[in-house]
Ligand binder design. Structure first.
Ligand code: IPD
Ligand code: CA
Ligand code: CA
Length: 256
């Protein structure tokens, strides 16, 4: 099946949502609120982006299902098609005025991701993929890195929102990895972490306790760039590790 039409719509909406975000970014008086705890923030830009994307999908595909971070499962949950949306991934960065934030839009068909877009508007980086069609950044084909030397790897991770109250907070992994690799980065946007792994900017990425909208589009982009995204834990929502199989053979044993 050709998924290009869906990718084009997802790209159009990601670019539109990105423009909305740039209007709010670093503006005085940006309105924000907290969600599950003080670490978890949502801004008016998250909500405006989500509305732009979900309105656009409802208009183009009125029978499709939608799962969006701020609104939940909002349409046609029995459809074979489901859009999975993080309207603004990296809200903590956004709220602080830091440029690593993105829009993430994926389309699933019968549970399999078939199109994905990650767009970082401030950086003007557009990552796209369709199932079987390859992965691209601003139109250039992507390929995961194949580094097998731990000492020269630059890796990325994140820390879960419940880290203050749950000792299962990834600090053990960070401690183990940081003494073995050239670098660890904490970008603050899981979607960008995956996209940068697809591009080979990161050799590998792992994180615990993510949600479907954090990883849906980015995972397809990694896979279409020749990489793998593996589940590393069953008991911590979506917990993933990403990279090429060559890199993961060396890096994977460090992560618990
Ligand atoms: C967060 C970012 C962050 C990751 C968090 C996510 P949000 O998403 O992807 O990098 O560490 O776990 O929840 O809240 O900014 O959409
Ligand atoms: Ca997110
Ligand atoms: Ca978000």
């Amino acid at each position: 099946m050709d998924y290009q039409e869906y990718l084009d719509k997802a790209t159009e909406l990601a670019l539109k949502a990105g423009e909305i975000q740039l209007k709010y970014f670093r503006s005085r008086g940006l309105k924000s609120a907290t969600k599950q705890n003080e670490f978890d923030v949502v801004t008016e830009a998250d909500k405006a982006s989500e509305k732009c994307i979900t309105d656009g999908i409802k208009e183009a595909y009125p029978t499709h299902g939608i799962l969006a971070e701020e609104s939940g499962a909002i349409a046609n949950q029995d459809s074979e098609w489901q859009w999975v949306i993080d309207p603004l991934d990296g809200t903590t960065n956004f709220n602080q005025g830091l440029p690593a934030f993105s829009v993430s839009i994926a389309l699933k068909h019968k549970g399999r991701t078939v199109a994905g877009v990650v767009y970082a508007p401030y950086l003007r980086e557009l990552f796209t993929a369709t199932a079987g069609g390859g992965a691209y950044m601003n139109g250039n084909r992507l390929e995961c890195g194949r580094n097998t030397h731990l000492e020269t790897m630059v890796t990325a991770t994140g820390m879960p929102y419940d880290r203050a109250v749950n000792p299962d907070n990834n600090l053990d992994n960070i401690g183990r990895v940081s003494t073995r690799v050239r670098g660890i980065r904490r970008m603050g946007s899981a979607a960008i972490d995956l996209a940068y792994t697809a591009a080979g900017y990161f050799d590998a990425y792992w994180e615990l306790n993510l949600q479907p909208w954090d990883v849906a589009a980015g995972s397809l982009i990694v896979e279409e760039a020749g990489g793998r995204v593996e589940s590393i834990r069953e008991d911590r929502n979506m917990s993933v590790i990403a990279g090429s199989s060559e890199t993961l053979r060396v890096f994977r044993p460090l992560i618990k």
